[in-house]
Design a protein around this ligand. Structure first.
Ligand SMILES: NC(=O)c1ccc[n+]([C@@H]2O[C@H](COP(=O)([O-])OP(=O)(O)OC[C@H]3O[C@@H](n4cnc5c(N)ncnc54)[C@H](OP(=O)(O)O)[C@@H]3O)[C@@H](O)[C@H]2O)c1
Length: 270
């Protein structure tokens, strides 16, 4: 029988989305190091390489290649779990989209919303309902400090993360006294494939690797917060200060600062 100690993952199952690279792969490693068996998902074939890496920790790993922007893709992941009780759900899959909103392709815009919001809340509802019925479970969202910032030149993405940060806090309150905890990891700029995928390598925020967090450090902070059942974690003093400042500054000033970080061509200008 699985231990009640959340630090001991032996005999327990964790589901990690977006586990093929970056923060999600590191979150999955945290789970594997504690002995959790894993069901991992991402959209591309690289998820099979992640499966091999994670299996080397001596845990059972099953990978699912599915587009989690699509409800059918989420159903595929849920079906792959096969009714096993899920002890931890790390809803991390997501992506950004740089450039001015009117210059973005609407299919790309919609894919950001469908991945970061629709697919995420659909998966969390399906697995979370099972957790509530079983009387225990840990849910970790990967939100972002972007959720506090009106994100000029990443406007849709920041809006999706405002949703995730807010949704996680509300769900946490709804689930108090059920045995299911909800935590939200809120990273700042982190050195992953994120900025390349969002076509933001020519921006200040997307090119300053020295200022970025290490995805392994970010994941560790999120994983520990999840095990302790903490509400949220902002990683790094600079990010904590940026969030604190954004709460007292007028929105147009925050948006102007975001422009300086995220406008195409802003790399090396500041
Ligand atoms: N890096 C940052 O600066 C930063 C800061 C704050 C928050 N975050 C958040 O952290 C999370 C992880 O991002 P990351 O920085 O680790 O970037 P990453 O290295 O690009 O990883 C993103 C992961 O999400 C998966 N994914 C994206 N869209 C998907 C979809 N529609 N269906 C299935 N899988 C999908 C990717 O798989 P495929 O490649 O197969 O699509 C990949 O495994 C995201 O939610 C992101 O918003 C990142």
């Amino acid at each position: 029988m699985a231990s009640q100690d959340p630090q001991d993952g032996r005999g327990k199952l964790a589901v990690v989305t977006g586990a093929s690279s970056g923060i999600g792969l590191e979150l999955a490693k945290c789970c594997a190091q504690r002995g959790y068996d894993l069901v991992i998902a991402a959209d591309e074939a690289e998820i099979e390489e992640a499966e091999q890496v994670l299996a080397s920790y001596g845990v059972q790993v099953q990978s699912v290649e599915a587009d989690l922007a699509d409800l059918d893709g989420v159903d595929e992941l849920y079906d792959a779990i096969g009714g096993r009780p899920v002890d931890a759900l790390l809803a991390n899959a997501g992506h950004g989209l740089g450039h001015a909103f009117f210059d973005q392709d609407f299919d790309d815009v919609r894919h950001v919303i469908d991945t970061n919001i629709t697919g995420t809340v659909y998966l969390v509802q399906k697995i979370g309902q099972d957790m509530r019925a079983q009387g225990n479970g840990r849910i970790l969202f990967t939100g972002s400090i972007a959720g506090f910032l009106p994100g000029s030149f990443q406007a849709v993405y920041n809006g999706t993360k405002a949703f995730v940060d807010s949704f996680a806090a509300a769900l946490r309150n709804e689930l108090k006294d059920t045995g299911v905890t909800v935590s939200c990891l809120m990273p700042g700029a982190t050195d992953t494939n994120f900025f390349a995928r969002a076509d933001m390598l020519d921006t200040d925020v997307g090119s300053d690797h020295d200022a970025m967090s290490d995805p392994a450090d970010v994941a560790k902070a999120g994983f520990e917060a999840m095990l302790k059942g903490e509400d949220h974690v902002i990683v790094g003093m600079k990010n904590k200060m940026q969030v604190a400042a954004s709460r007292v500054m007028p929105d147009d000033m925050v948006a102007e600062q975001h422009r300086k970080m995220a406008e195409p061509g802003s790399a090396n200008k500041h």
